[in-house]
Design a binder for this molecule. Sequence first.
Ligand code: UTP
Length: 352
Amino acid sequence: MKAIIPAAGLGTRLRPLTYTRPKPVLPVAGAPIIVHALRTLLHAGIHEVAIIVSDATREEIAQTLELVPEARVTLINQHEQLGLGHAVLTARAWVGQNPFCVYLGDNLFEHGVSPFIERFQQDSPAAVIALVEVPDPTAFGVAQLEGERITRLVEKPKVPPSNLAVAGLYCFTPEVFDVLDGMPPSARGEYEITDAIQGLIERGRTVLGQRVCGWWKDTGRPADLLDANRLLLERITPDLQGEVADSQVTGRVVIPASARVTRSKIVGPVLLGEGVVIEDAYLGPFTSVGPGSVIRQAEVEHSVVDAEARIECLHTRLQDCLIGVRAQVRGGRTVPRTHKLILSDASTIELA
Ligand code: UTP
């Protein structure tokens, strides 16, 4: 079976991080989000994948593929971001006459996607859609069910027909392309995948809903990245290879051979990237630090620090932070103790 990963969206909810980097390459738990997605598909036995990219993001997404050489990836450009349905339609020729699945490039499933694929292959419906119970379904595509069959799907309903939201995994026969082709855009001007699924239902086709087991995470907003990082770090296997001197390391911690920890305390789960330097510092649970970063005389907890960042000489602990590539956070060394900030557009900081 082939898979499409739509990853061409603008990622507006993750600005300012997505002003300079596409959402799929942002790291959680030591790897870009899209690499986690590819590994999930490989685990389900799917090796042939098309990633839908925008003209602007193609290059950077292509670079991350080196991390998953086992996947046979084709990049397909979606020149205009006209919605998820349009992104899927862009891959029509690549899919051909085969059944396929669509895995949203910013979604994570605790137990992977095999159960949905197996169900689709066993029962041969027109579609299998992953569904997840959510407390407030109004921000999602929502399903109405009769038994396991979806009888209606509505995008972001004011009055939801159930609390079952559409999660980011769909299996389809190529018939969905016939529905997508010629379908009008929605009120918000996008070609919606939910409208295409509704179209299949209206053609009398069987569309099955299958509930997600375990956690599911859509990494659309900054807090979701922190959650995803936490959930994935829960599962890391400790691996202490780097030099650890005069330090205390407890819990599940990964320190690669090229990283160095001196006069510090680390309480896992914590994941350090290649070449990371930790000195006179405290790293608390659920922190991942990207390659080449330095944390010195500072305390960091429940945070994602991207590559080559520097965090030094802080008087307060950083918590719930997303720190971008080559970003620097330094404590003042001079009086008066003022805050000197260089913040890019739409940045957020909270000062103690
Ligand atoms: P989202 O609805 O999360 O949109 O798309 P987005 O652009 O990523 O993020 P926001 O809403 O602006 O913050 C779900 C998935 O579909 C892809 C996205 O890349 C994401 O993986 N997508 C969306 C496309 O590939 N093309 C589109 O035109 C729209």
